[in-house]
Design a protein around this ligand. Structure first.
Ligand SMILES: *Cc1c(COP(=O)(O)O)cnc(C)c1O
Length: 381
């Protein structure tokens, strides 16, 4: 008997595919771990589990939120006019090509609402962001998972996996949880060759943290009228994960459908206000990029010193090979460091650690060294 069966005491029968629907396993909240460890505050605990921006939100965004706090009795602008205008200016694309969402996760779900049913398929890569598959399951659609190449996307194999039933192809670039980036030329060829009945969803949650020279030329695909939908977010580079705001960039005729499926006030007033202010704070974004670049160097040097393998990453997190991932995750948590186990991704030997501030990275490396030393001592000779 599954969990959902147990709850089925009375009332209408859920859609049959809901009986086996898995839940997303998020990073553990600080407060929950503090309760469990019996420590008073959350300040002692380092959360490197959800790829949040360790510098926090832009001070300009914080000030803008404080300034509008007294106006929260009002509904937000349902069309997010000023946010779309600010993004349009930043991206050099008309505001008609932009649709904000309650996090980019909402936009992924809206894609499901509009395009997926029991007769349709999505194509994604092994080890790619698991939400794509969960949304496909939500709409009873089929997921074609294409074997990874190394830890990254094999775009040629993904092209070959497209069938007449394929509606959406998801490419996470950079990918979470592997930190890999697709080759720019290979992506150009992939987008040029996509059949007419398919939309390529380019999930670029981490793009703002890349150096300008590393960033994909994806907006040019939209300008050229290609069938792509770019997803971006304020959760990572802009440090506003708690507010839930992301956006899609695509053809107006395509976004029209997502616009039909969304709630009228899907992006809240506070989120719109903070996002506009954050977009204007180039200094904070530059500092965030700098922290990620130096933090990656610090973490990889530390791991090499410990003789531990990792997957080279361009994003603000790192896959570290630890052996029994879930056990090491639990042991690190006892040391007040929260990382992410990855057995759900078919990567049971790894944990994913978010790049933190220098002192947080030190705490992680120390805790990891202690945990790994203890595990070696426990191993049978
Ligand atoms: C974090 C992340 C997102 C962002 O989700 P939001 O709903 O905008 O917070 C989207 N895609 C990937 C691959 C991510 O890692």
């Amino acid at each position: 008997m599954t969990k959902s069966d147990e709850f089925q005491l009375a009332g209408p029968t859920p859609n049959p595919w809901f009986a086996t629907l898995p839940r997303y396993e998020p990073g553990r909240p600080l407060e929950e771990v503090a309760r469990e460890l019996g420590v008073d505050g959350i300040d002692e605990i380092v959360k490197l589990a959800s790829n949040e921006n360790a510098l926090g939100p832009s001070p300009k965004a914080v000030a803008a939120m404080q300034a509008v706090a007294g106006r929260m009795h009002l509904y937000p602008d349902g069309d997010a006019f000023y946010l779309r205008e600010a993004l349009a200016q930043k991206l050099d694309i008309p505001a008609t090509h932009i649709l904000p969402g309650n996090g980019s996760n909402e936009l992924i779900e809206l894609l499901g609402h509009v395009f997926l049913d029991q007769d349709s398929e999505i194509v994604m890569s092994q080890y790619a962001f698991v939400i794509y598959k969960l949304v496909a399951l939500l709409f009873n659609a089929r997921t074609i998972t294409v074997p990874a190449s190394g830890f990254g996307h094999d775009l040629e194999a993904m092209r070959a996996a497209i069938t007449p039933r394929t509606k959406l192809v998801f490419i996470a670039n950079p990918n979470n949880p592997t930190g890999t980036q697709v080759d720019a030329g290979a992506l150009d060829r992939f987008v040029a060759d996509i059949p007419e009945h398919v939309c390529v969803v380019l999930d670029e949650a981490y793009v703002d943290l890349l150096l300008p020279g590393q960033q994909p030329a994806s907006v040019s695909y939209v300008r050229a009228g290609r069938p792509v939908c770019i997803l971006r977010t304020f959760s990572k580079g802009y440090g506003l994960a708690g507010l839930r705001v992301g956006y899609a960039i695509g053809q107006p005729e395509f976004l029209h459908w997502l616009n039909r499926a969304r709630q009228p006030f899907n992006v809240n007033y506070m989120a719109q206000t903070a996002a506009i202010a954050a977009l204007a704070d180039d200094a904070h974004l530059a500092a965030s990029r700098q922290m990620v670049r130096s933090g990656l160097a610090q973490l990889t040097a530390g791991l090499e010193k410990l003789g531990m393998a990792y997957v080279p990453s361009v994003a603000n997190f790192l896959l570290v090979k630890v052996g029994a991932g879930r056990e090491v995750f639990a042991a690190l948590q006892q040391q007040q460091v929260i990382v992410r186990p990855l057995d759900g991704y078919g990567l049971p030997e790894y944990v994913r650690v978010t790049v933190g501030r220098a002192e947080e990275n030190v705490k992680f490396l120390k805790a990891l060294a202690a945990v790994m030393a203890e595990r070696r001592d426990l191993e049978p000779a």
